[in-house]
Design a protein around this ligand. Structure first.
Ligand code: SF4
Ligand code: SF4
Length: 384
């Protein structure tokens, strides 16, 4: 059967309103009983990137988590909420963003996805072995609750990317090292992980999304939308179109198409609820398209200054930095160090942007290589 994606408007985060919208979204897909059976234990997996208030739009809104907990219970199953942020504990993040209150008030268990286990993935396209959290494997099924945000390396973070939270903490950064600077390889790993864990349902919180310098410190943008699907690739494709971008902008969707995944082809996706043209968003601020391996095919003898001039890099705004060293801790290449301020060895930086993703102060942004900016400017003028 063709992948189905449901879209509905949801004006705000009032508890009753969100529950009604999420229930209606799942009803459009056949009802929650299509995804959850009586007696099952279901992992409810929000985005718990870093501990910020819900208004910052960094984490999935607590009322979306609350609505899904209620739906899972109504289906006779047991919901358990869990995730693994890049730095620190998930419960601390959940406390700050209001999700722990939801768990306490509803008597829902919370689990840290923290114990790495190596699993065979013979069907994997890019990775034949994966390291995931043992805790995430202990459930009958997963309901995936991403927050719609911009993402420096992956363009947007939606359904497929949110499953990366099932890889324990610092291992995430190490996987960036394994995948190197090759964004396509990293996208392939995300898709292998998604296909391996295969959440039964994905519900995206885009009531207030994030634009600009996402995913940790962009600007909240009210879209008033929620999306759901059994197929997160199809849902990501439809969201990308709603935002006015193309599939080719997203490394995950581009790779999904190369892998022949059905959800990556719009012709095969059925949209129910609101029509795409009725909810299209204008002027959404995407992150700059980073060029991480722009010079990878150039001869090695080319001077490193030329490489730098072409390649995007993380840039620290010292005035915003409070020297918490979270970036130093997470940097998989070990190229950040604190002296009087935080310094980066750009020659060894692999451009994974983990530091930018987790900086709690929004002190790290992406700076494009100056020569690349100049070329982009002239090619844009030439086109227009
Ligand atoms: S750049 Fe951000 S993460 Fe790094 S030390 Fe400064 S505030 Fe902390
Ligand atoms: S400095 Fe930032 S972008 Fe460079 S390797 Fe370290 S975490 Fe990745």
């Amino acid at each position: 059967m063709n992948p189905r994606v449901s879209i509905l408007r949801c004006k705000g985060y009032g508890n009753g309103e969100v529950y009604d919208c999420v229930k209606a979204l799942t009803d459009l897909l056949g009802g929650i009983g299509e995804f959850v059976k009586r007696g099952e234990r279901i992992l409810v997996k929000p985005n718990l990137l870093i501990g910020k208030r819900p208004e910052a739009a960094v984490t999935t809104h607590p009322s979306v988590v609350k609505a899904v907990i209620r739906l899972v219970r109504e289906a006779g199953a047991t919901p358990i909420v869990g995730d693994s942020p890049g730095v620190g504990s998930a419960s601390r993040v959940a406390e700050k963003c209001g999700i722990m209150d939801v768990c306490k008030d509803s008597g829902t268990e919370f689990v840290e996805l923290k114990t790495p286990v190596l699993v065979e993935n013979p069907g994997g396209h890019t990775f034949k072995r994966l390291e995931v959290a043992r805790e995430a494997l202990a459930f009958d099924g997963i309901i995936n609750l991403p927050k719609l945000k911009t993402h420096t390396q992956m363009f947007l973070t939606m359904g497929v990317k949110n499953i990366f939270g099932c890889v324990p903490g610092k291992l995430k950064a190490q996987l960036h090292l394994t995948a190197g600077v090759d964004t396509d390889c990293f996208a392939g790993m995300l898709l292998d992980l998604y296909l391996f864990l295969r959440p039964r349902l994905t519900v995206t919180d885009a009531v207030v999304a994030m634009e600009g310098n996402g995913p940790g410190s962009g600007d909240p943008r009210r879209l008033g939308l929620v999306f759901a699907s059994r197929d997160a690739v199809a849902m990501d494709l439809i969201i990308t179109e709603v935002l006015g971008a193309r599939r080719e902008h997203s490394p995950v969707l581009k790779r999904a198409s190369e892998m022949g995944l059905e959800g990556a082809e719009k012709e095969g996706v059925v949209v129910v609820g609101e029509e795409i043209r009725g909810v299209r968003v204008s002027g959404f601020r995407f992150p700059p398209l980073v060029s991480t391996n722009f010079t990878a095919n150039l001869p090695y003898f080319i001077d490193r200054r030329i490489r730098r001039a072409f390649t995007s890099r993380p840039h620290i705004t010292d005035l915003r930095c409070n020297c918490c060293e979270s970036c130093v801790d997470i940097c998989p290449a070990g190229v950040m160090e604190k002296n009087e301020k935080i310094n980066i060895d750009y020659d060894r930086c692999i451009r994974c942007f983990c530091c930018q993703e987790i900086c709690p102060e929004g002190a790290i942004s992406v700076k494009q290589g100056w020569l690349k900016s100049v070329l982009d400017f002239y090619s844009f003028r030439h086109r227009s």
